[in-house]
Design a protein around this ligand. Structure first.
Ligand code: KG4
Ligand code: ZN
Length: 353
């Protein structure tokens, strides 16, 4: 039986994409350590994540990252209650490194193994930023691979209200940043370039699917890339740099505005169609300054509580996995040696099982 004042240290492990991360969280809410070995420098050379390289990098760093997470937390493996690991969705070769490590580690130290869904982890990051927040609430989860509006019914029970029918917003940020010549990962670079840019300098569509809260970003992404290609062709004809025809700051600001406005319009409709008093943002794209600002305005207008994770908890990290692992462990969601890594994993079905 768990007592409120009990310590429940969970080790979280996350290797679903290009971050090798390990963290220790107490009772789902108190962060003791949060280690991340980023592979950005390696993947930057290729302009995006190379799955094979990601797996190799995880293999190199997983042991020191886990050691460091325990050291920083000031605890030994014996003091852990469980080991939580992201089992999907993500790059299967990358996930396999974390899952295989977690399985052997949990078995070696004689602790429970808790499988965690990556999106569940992102949602749970809000508990680390706001110790008071309790479900039910509405969460907009936006990242490089996902775009979901989720009704959080309890700490590990979720109902998907809407999701993307094609690209995720982070993917659109990354592709457009590449064409703008800003580099990888595109989201933070567009955010930075957009500071001081004119949000109305260009015309870009704000996609909405009729009679649905589902998202679609491929049209906006393609429209932005086609517009940039036109500037580049025209500049070539005139033998001038394309940036003479198109300010990078203005284009970044216009694109960012279109994405943020689209996301917030879905959030607004979801708020109006439901009765939630609290809304939250999560996932890598929730680090976006304009999205945070516009979500803030929406919450004031509607009289809602808004929770946005601190920057370091928006993008992939293992603290969110440890936190999600705590709630799943309390519910008795455990895995054994048969646990696999899965590239595609349904959030509702996974968390119901
Ligand atoms: O959650 P995350 O680390 O990984 C996935 O689960 O996909 O999200 C990474 C994504 C990348 O596409 C990155 O460009 C985007 O989050 N991102 C941002 C910002 N910071 C990270 N997008 C827009 N603005 C930002 N400030
Ligand atoms: Zn993520």
């Amino acid at each position: 039986m768990l007592m409120d004042n009990d310590k429940n240290y969970i080790l979280g492990i996350e290797t679903s994409c290009d971050e090798t991360a390990a963290a220790v969280v107490d009772s789902g809410r108190y962060l003791l350590s949060n280690m991340i070995a980023s592979q950005i420098d390696v993947h930057t050379l290729y302009g995006g994540v190379v799955p094979e390289i990601a797996s190799r990098e995880h293999l190199k760093t997983i042991v020191p990252v886990v050691d460091q997470a325990l050291k920083e937390a000031g605890i030994t493996a014996d003091e852990l209650s469980a080991v939580a690991v992201t089992v999907g969705p993500g790059l299967v070769g990358a996930l396999l490194v974390g899952v295989s490590f977690a399985k052997s580690y949990a078995a070696a130290i004689g602790k429970a193994l808790v499988p965690v869904h990556h999106i569940e982890g992102h949602i749970t990051s809000v508990y680390l930023s706001d110790k008071e927040i309790e479900p039910p609430f509405l969460c907009l989860v936006v990242s490089g691979g996902h775009s979901h509006l989720v009704a959080v019914e309890d700490c590990s029970k979720f109902r998907i209200i809407a999701k993307t029918r094609d690209d995720a917003p982070g993917e659109a940020f990354d592709k457009v940043a590449r064409v703008l010549g800003l580099g990888y990962p595109g989201g933070p670079l567009i955010d930075k370039a957009a500071q001081g840019g004119d949000r109305k300098a260009f015309t870009l569509p704000q996609p909405r699917i009729a009679d649905s809260l589902d998202f679609s970003f491929s049209g906006l992404k393609t429209a932005a890339i086609q517009q940039l290609d036109r500037f580049k062709r025209q500049a070539k004809k005139q033998d001038i740099p394309w940036t003479d025809l198109c300010s990078v700051a203005d284009f970044a600001a216009t694109f960012q505005e279109a994405v943020a406005k689209t996301l917030v319009s879905h959030l607004r409709d979801a708020v109006e169609q439901t009765s939630y008093k609290t809304i939250a943002l999560a996932g890598g794209v929730s680090a976006n300054s304009r999205l945070r600002e516009m979500a803030g305005e929406l919450s004031v207008e509607k009289g809602l509580k808004l929770v946005v994770p601190q920057m370091s908890l928006c993008t992939d990290n293992a603290a969110m996995v440890a936190s999600a692992g705590y709630y799943a462990w309390k519910k008795g969601r455990l895995a054994g040696a048969e646990q696999d890594a899965t590239s595609v994993l349904d959030l509702e079905r996974f968390t119901q099982s």
